[in-house]
Each structure stands twice: as C-alpha cells, then as structure tokens.
Ligand binder design. Sequence first.
Ligand SMILES: Cc1cc2nc3c(=O)[nH]c(=O)nc-3n(C[C@H](O)[C@H](O)[C@H](O)COP(=O)(O)OP(=O)(O)OC[C@H]3O[C@@H](n4cnc5c(N)ncnc54)[C@H](O)[C@@H]3O)c2cc1C
Ligand SMILES: *[C@@H]1O[C@H](CO)[C@@H](O)[C@H](O)[C@H]1NC(C)=O
Ligand SMILES: *[C@@H]1O[C@H](CO)[C@@H](O)[C@H](O)[C@H]1NC(C)=O
Ligand SMILES: *[C@@H]1O[C@H](CO)[C@@H](O)[C@H](O)[C@H]1NC(C)=O
Ligand SMILES: *[C@@H]1O[C@H](CO)[C@@H](O)[C@H](O)[C@H]1NC(C)=O
Ligand SMILES: *[C@@H]1O[C@H](CO)[C@@H](O)[C@H](O)[C@H]1NC(C)=O
Length: 504
Amino acid sequence: MHTPSAIFLAIGSLALAASVASLPSGSNATEGLSAEQCCTRLKGVLDSSQVLFPDSEEYDAQEASYYSGEQALQRPACRVTPSNAEDVSRVVKFATLNDCNFAVRSGGHMNWVGSSNIGEAGFTIDLEDMKRIELLDNSKTVAISPGLRWADVYSFLSPHNLHTAGGRSSGVGVGGFLLGGGISFLSLEFGFGSDNVVNYEIVLADGSIVNANESVSSDLYWALKGGSTNYGIVTRFDMATFPLTEIWGGSLFYNATLGPTFYEYLVGFTQRLSVDPHGLLAPILAWNAAEKDYLIWTPNAYLGPEAFPSPLYDGLQDIPTIRDTMRITNLTSVTDEIENGSPGGSRTQWFALAFKANAELPWDIHLKGDDIFKPFLSRPNTSWALTMQPINVGMIAAAKNRGGNPFGLTEEDGDLFLVLISVFWTDPGDDVDMKGATQDLLKWSTDTAKERGLFNRFIYMNYALNTQPVLESFGQENFDRMKEVKEKYDPRGLLNVWKGGYKL
Ligand SMILES: Cc1cc2nc3c(=O)[nH]c(=O)nc-3n(C[C@H](O)[C@H](O)[C@H](O)COP(=O)(O)OP(=O)(O)OC[C@H]3O[C@@H](n4cnc5c(N)ncnc54)[C@H](O)[C@@H]3O)c2cc1C
Ligand SMILES: *[C@@H]1O[C@H](CO)[C@@H](O)[C@H](O)[C@H]1NC(C)=O
Ligand SMILES: *[C@@H]1O[C@H](CO)[C@@H](O)[C@H](O)[C@H]1NC(C)=O
Ligand SMILES: *[C@@H]1O[C@H](CO)[C@@H](O)[C@H](O)[C@H]1NC(C)=O
Ligand SMILES: *[C@@H]1O[C@H](CO)[C@@H](O)[C@H](O)[C@H]1NC(C)=O
Ligand SMILES: *[C@@H]1O[C@H](CO)[C@@H](O)[C@H](O)[C@H]1NC(C)=O
C-alpha cells in the first residue's frame, strides 16, 4: 500500500534507524533501546505471537479499529497483546527497565491523537485479548477485563437481567471509559461509571499486581476513579450490578430551529431528574452534510418499559419530532443504535465544558459555532456537533455516597449542563483550519460562560481535548492528593515511559 502517508512513514523510520545507529559507541544501557529493539526483545518477554509488527493482518486490524482516524494512522513499532495480568506485568517491567516508550489501548475511542496510540518511537499495549467476564458475589458484582467493549458486557449481563454503569454507545471500551469517569444511563441515580467500581486489579509501576478498593489501598482506589494513565494498567474492573429488563429507548429527531425550545425543555428535565433519575436524554445539534442543514438528534433511554413517564418526560410530546425510533426494547438495541449514529474513522477534535443548567448559552454556542465552522462546512466529510447532557445534583450526591471521586463536583455546584463539542473531517489538509476553529469555539464558549456567571471548572476527561487542563480542573486539593498517590505508588517515576492520557 504505497499511499503518500505510508511512504512518508517509511522515510520517518529510516531516519530514526539512522539516528540510533549513529549513537556514540560505548553508550550503555542508560541510553535505552530503540523502539525496534524493544519490540524484538518483547518477543522473548511474551509469546512471540503476542507481538504484532507493521503490515501484519492483526496489526492492521487493531490500527483500523481506532475511533479517531488520526490515531489509526500512528504506526507504533509493534503492538503487544497481553492475555492476562501476568503478561501485562511482564511488559511493564520490561518497558520501565529498558526505557521503552509505550501507549495503552482498551476500546480505542479516545478522540485525540496519541491518547491511546503512539508513533514509531514506541509500542502500543493493546488490551483487546483480555476478554474475561464473570459474575461474583452472588451476581452483585461483575468482574470485567479491559479488552471488552460495553456491547460485550451488556450481552453477557442481559440474560441475567442485569446491567452496570457502562457506556451508552456499544463500541466504547471498558478501560478508558472507567478511568475517565464514565456517563451511563444509570449515572443520574448512581454517579459516574467509576463510582460503581468496587475493586480495581491493577499492574503498578514496579510490575506488581494488586487490588485497590475501599478497604485496601483506598487512596489508590479513590484516585483511580479519575486516574487516567497515571497509576498503572488496570487489568480488571469489578463493578456493581443492577437489575434491568426492558427499557424505553431510541432516538428523537427535531428540526434544528427548535433548538431554543429544546434547551428550555432540557433545563426543566434536568430539574425533574431529582424526582425520577431513570431517564437520560442528550440532544445533539449536528451539521448534517447530506441535507446541508443542522438537525437535532436526541438519543434517549428510560430504564423501564414505560413511554413518556411522568413527571420526567412531561411536555416532551408537545415538541414536534421529524422522526423518532422510540420503542420498548432492550439496552443492547439502544446502545447499538447510538453507536451506529456515531461512526469512527474521521479525523476529529472534541472538547468538554460544564456550566450551570441554562437554556440560552447552548443555543448561543451553536450560533457562534456556526459562524466559526461555516467557511469549512462545504468541504467534503466535514461536520461538527454540540451535545448537551445533564449532570444533576442527584448524580453528584450519588457519587459522594459511593465514597467520592477526584472530580471535585459538589452539590453546591447545582444542576449542570455538560457540553461536548465534536468536530469531524477527513482531509489532513484541513487539520490546521479545523483544529484552529475548535480552539476558537472553546475559547469563546469558556469566556462567555464566565462572563455570564455560569462557568463550572469541571472538565470531563472522556470528552476533553489534549490541550485542556483536565486534572487541574478537579481543584487544587484533589490534584495535590492525586499527585501524592502517584508518588506513593510510583516513587521513581517509572511510568514516565507511558505516553498518552492525562498526566499529573
Ligand atoms: C461513539 C462514542 C460514544 C461515547 N459514549 C460515551 C458515553 O456514553 N459516556 C461517556 O462517558 N463517554 C462516552 N464516550 C467517550 C469515551 O468514554 C472515551 O472516549 C473513553 O476514553 C473511551 O475509552 P476506550 O477504552 O474506548 O478508549 P482508549 O482510547 O482505548 O483509552 C482511553 C484512555 O484510557 C487509557 N486506558 C484504557 N484502558 C486502560 C487500562 N486498562 N488501564 C490504564 N489505562 C487505560 C488509554 O491509555 C487512554 O489514555 C464516547 C466516545 C465515542 C467515540
Ligand atoms: C554506563 O553508564 C554508567 C553510569 O553513567 C557509567 O558509570 C559507565 O561507565 C558506563 N559504561 C560504559 C561502558 O559506557
Ligand atoms: C480488596 O482487596 C483485598 C486485597 O486483595 C481483597 O482481599 C478484597 O476481597 C478486596 N475487596 C473487594 C471488595 O474486592
Ligand atoms: C426546519 O424548519 C425550517 C423553518 O420552518 C424549514 O425551512 C426547514 O425546511 C425545516 N427542516 C427540516 C429538515 O424539516
Ligand atoms: C434486543 O432487541 C433486539 C431488537 O428487538 C433483538 O434482536 C435482540 O435479540 C434483543 N437482545 C436481547 C439480548 O434480548
Ligand atoms: C470522505 O470520506 C470518504 C469515506 O471515508 C472517503 O473515501 C473520501 O476520500 C473522503 N473525502 C475526502 C476529500 O477526504
């Protein structure tokens, strides 16, 4: 496959090989190995079939499965596929000892380049072969390995009429979702996904395999609820289960001109979540390139077999839809529908912003975004979307009741709206324009939320851009505490060879 980028990459790796070859002779182990040497030696650390090299079928399949087209084009020197915690431990020990840079991938859905993949100067630990799942403790918990996607978890749990606080889109990975928090259909009642993890099995910097939970390593347990890539590779998440059979779910579509009406509705809906936390709707106001117009797509689910339950959904039927797919169904069917509505493969930029629940600001962000993106929307495959989601006081209280997390949200923050801006394009020639436009909208939205007295400092990791100060947004006290935990569990900074994610 001699596309221009493949040729470019080949030249890049020749240059790297040359620079390694020209190291002064007599340089010793402290100079470290080249990524190619790391990969060659890794074949002796694991079974050689677990180390995949560029252009092998399996390597290419793993690369192609990233959500972000830019991450998919990064070409690590090799991809390593551990099948259990012991394998992960061997790889971590080897990499830290030999200064081999690496990245880690679970479901590969993080949006920014380098978050879970790495270029030719490193290797990627791909957890995709770690697919164990089992019920424990009389089915009160489910132990999930990080190679699973939420679709796998739900299809395992549904015959037992159980659910857990996982993703709303079936292709999202278990690992990244939970290490950034995770907003589930259960979140309004039970907090973030990570608030529902009762035990982490983790490979630490020194390669030891330990548990972190409320009674053992409770400081690490707390930090991992928003830990990103700072503490180790989690090899098992034990999560609380909840009974679930049928739900009311699907999508509602509206004319974009109803945006102001819908945002007004969402303010009331968010307030009513204190009465009934079982529903979650998340309007996405997106540019629809096919129609050359905006459209509101609202994925929605209520965790019971009841349409328009009162009082939560009061008034929704008065807003005229263009189309809807709402039905009494199962969770899998709804999470598949959401996944199909958000296909991967494009180049992409996302950012997150939180502010007090308010009807006007979302529409103004849409109007400003339209100004900023309009010059580019006629280019092929180019689009952008504004997604709004409620984080209500009940969700914040639920998180606290489950032991608390590092995010720093308190009930005094009140009902919040969480904004996700997502931008898509395919031509690398548009990178500068699209990334610049994204930064412009981020700045305008943040400044305007501040001017209006609505701004909340919380930056949600799973939607954030690499330039956003996610961990700092948790507040000084939590940030410092996370750093202390890091110093305790990785005192020599061995995990500095791990690239990607948000670092303390
Ligand atoms: C279509 C789509 C739908 C989404 N829906 C939701 C949603 O409903 N709710 C929500 O909250 N978010 C949602 N997200 C955001 C999603 O939670 C984040 O993108 C998340 O990071 C994805 O996790 P992953 O495992 O797939 O990603 P990856 O890119 O594999 O991992 C993300 C980060 O976590 C690290 N990591 C992964 N596994 C481990 C591990 N076992 N140990 C240590 N570090 C690890 C990686 O190194 C990387 O830095 C969605 C994203 C997309 C693209
Ligand atoms: C290797 O590095 C150590 C520590 O810097 C140094 O003492 C030693 O002389 C080096 N050995 C060689 C062969 O260069
Ligand atoms: C917490 O970790 C300890 C030590 O490994 C373990 O014995 C205990 O079962 C764990 N608790 C939970 C809830 O998993
Ligand atoms: C949305 O409403 C506007 C104004 O009424 C109308 O011009 C437009 O065609 C509608 N779009 C769709 C997709 O129905
Ligand atoms: C979920 O619903 C879909 C569509 O109705 C159906 O095909 C599927 O078998 C159901 N799955 C389960 C696990 O019940
Ligand atoms: C648009 O996307 C399609 C499908 O991914 C791709 O084949 C095509 O090359 C893209 N067009 C441009 C100009 O990038």
